[in-house]
Design a binder for this molecule. Sequence first.
Ligand SMILES: [Zn+2]
Length: 129
Amino acid sequence: MAITAVLPEVNLPGVDLVSCAACHALALFLLPNGDFACPDGHAITPDDLHLFEPGDTWAITPVGALAIVTDPAAAYGRLCEARDGIENPDDSELADPHGAYREAVDALCSARALGLLLPAGAELIGQGR
Ligand SMILES: [Zn+2]
């Protein structure tokens, strides 16, 4: 009997599930030994998780799926840059500092929802949109 599996829903801004490199359609789930595998058994280890873009990191969703999420430290840096752009629009290179601020807050809230710690001293005022 064939196992059919679909990507579980993840409804957090800036969070993308990691699909299996071997079968593409299936998500990777955390195994008890700390590795990850898709429902078809293709496994990877945490050492294979070095391929993310700068500013991204990984987390585990509530259903155990591996996801890429904006690193809270990078998101907090963007939040501070956006806040500076809102306060000093003439000195900012951001076209839409308010939009950048919302995106950064969303990324921080998503990271927090997945259990990632915010940078030391980070304070969030907004909670998404
Ligand atoms: Zn697979």
